[in-house]
Design a protein around this ligand. Structure first.
Ligand code: LLP
Length: 417
């Protein structure tokens, strides 16, 4: 399943990566549909209770990828009008879409309301009032209140990279735990909204899910308090955050079974539907970025392998100092070198790996950057006026381009002299 070597050649579910590159060129993202499907089944299959898996579209927004999950019955977690547009185009049922994010605008709220989404995860009092007034304004058209959950900030340390921690007091996300009760009571009085649940998401790439369990216990306590005051919720949205293995030598995949038991036990006895918003877990290891070596150079003692993909194509190493395994597309038992693998962007931060040991791949040959299926293409930009790479989906032993490589004309679309 996914990506593996056969006689030294990197293969994606039966298709040689070299063959894809020959036809599509580089840089190119290659995805394994099989991996996506199996991860979804593993994730969903871990739970005994009724639940809904809403794929976090920000991890990989390609229509073919979202559609893969739509066909498996998934919903979507979206954070913008654009992501909602994509989710709908890809066939996700509106009734399965949850809308997260700290800055939903009136236009976005109206668009989501008129499409009849499942719920808004409200992140502030200001937002509550905006949703209420937009709902009242468009009520006649949609004939219903806006379904809401509050995103609660449980102040639990997820023990992950600070840039992807979200559930600490100092983070901008959610409403403070101590103010939640009052907000629910306030929301009850508004006639444009209907309280359906409670949501939390404490961070991403958690290799130990115990912080999610700790947060769940706090949320369960809040629900008890709400019930005492006559406010009932029917949905608990646990967010995403389950991590994946980037570095086989250091990372250990969290136990899905343990995660499921933790969450289910925290909410045992509550008559609620569980919602999950996994992104990375479903797609991260189902994608690679393939790039061609352009040049080698040595500055004094430092060796560089310069490739044709850059931080604009895959930002994670530059932004988070994230580790991504890198291997030659064709292994030939070449001598190994220790080098920095860098891109063409005019930034010192433009690297995929530093002091990295790899077979000394010749100029013109390709390398693969692994674990690039999540937050890879979605974080790509046109910096240095570089057209975004193509995306390819491997499915049933063949491949197809699911997003064309951008052209020079794409780069200037909408601009005038
Ligand atoms: N739900 C909410 C409300 C979120 O903010 C996120 C991710 C998810 C779900 C999905 O989390 P996941 O299951 O993928 O961990 N660009 C960063 C990751 C940012 C995550 C932002 N929120 C990276 O490349 O590591």
């Amino acid at each position: 399943m996914g990506f593996y070597y056969e006689n030294g050649e990197l293969v994606a579910d039966g298709v040689k990566v070299r063959d894809i590159v020959e036809e599509v060129g580089t840089p190119v993202y290659i995805y394994s549909k099989k991996h996506f499907v199996e991860q979804f089944k593993r994730f969903s299959g871990a739970f005994k209770r009724e639940h809904l898996v809403c794929f976090a579209v920000k991890a990989n927004s390609n229509l073919a990828v979202i559609n893969t999950f739509a066909k498996l019955g998934a919903g979507a977690d979206i954070v913008s009008k654009g992501e909602l547009f994509r989710a709908l185009k890809a066939g996700i049922e509106p009734k399965k879409i949850v809308f997260s994010g700290v800055a939903k605008t009136e236009g976005e709220i109206e668009y989501a309301l008129s499409n009849g989404i499942f719920m808004f995860n409200v992140e502030s009092k200001d937002e509550l009032y905006t949703i209420n007034s937009v709902a009242k304004r468009v009520e006649k058209r949609v004939e219903k209140r806006a379904p809401i959950s509050f995103r609660i900030n449980p102040d639990v340390d997820p023990k992950t990279h600070p840039y992807i921690s979200t559930g600490l007091k100092k983070n901008k996300f959610g409403v403070p735990y101590n103010e939640a009760l009052e907000l629910y009571l306030e929301a009850e009085k508004l006639d444009g909204v209907e309280i359906v649940g409670v949501q939390f998401h404490i961070g991403s790439q958690l290799l130990d899910t115990t912080p999610i369990y700790d947060a769940s216990l706090r949320i369960a306590e809040l629900i008890r308090e709400l019930e005492k005051r006559g406010v009932s919720v029917s949905v608990v949205d646990v967010g995403g955050g389950v991590g994946i293995v980037y570095n086989e030598e250091e990372d250990k995949e969290p136990s899905l079974d343990e995660y499921a038991r933790q969450v289910e036990s925290a909410f045992e006895g509550f008559d609620v539907k569980l919602v999950f918003e996994p992104g990375r877990f479903l797609v991260g290891n189902g994608g690679i970025l393939v790039s061609r070596v352009v040049y080698h150079k040595t500055n004094v003692n430092k060796k560089f392998m310069i490739v044709d993909a850059g931080m604009n194509d895959l930002l994670r190493p530059s932004l988070y100092n994230a580790y991504h395994k890198i291997e030659p597309v064709v292994k030939k038992g070449r001598e190994k070198v220790v080098c920095d693998i860098v891109g063409p962007i005019c930034e010192t931060g433009d690297f995929f790996a530093r002091d990295y040991e790899i077979e000394d791949v010749e100029n013109g040959e390709c390398i693969a950057v692994f674990s690039a299926g999540a937050y890879g293409f979605t974080m790509a930009s046109n910096y240095n006026s570089r057209p975004k790479p193509a995306e390819v989906l491997v499915e049933d032993g063949s491949f197809r381009v699911v997003r064309k490589r951008e052209t020079l004309d794409d780069l200037i679309r909408g601009e005038t002299l």
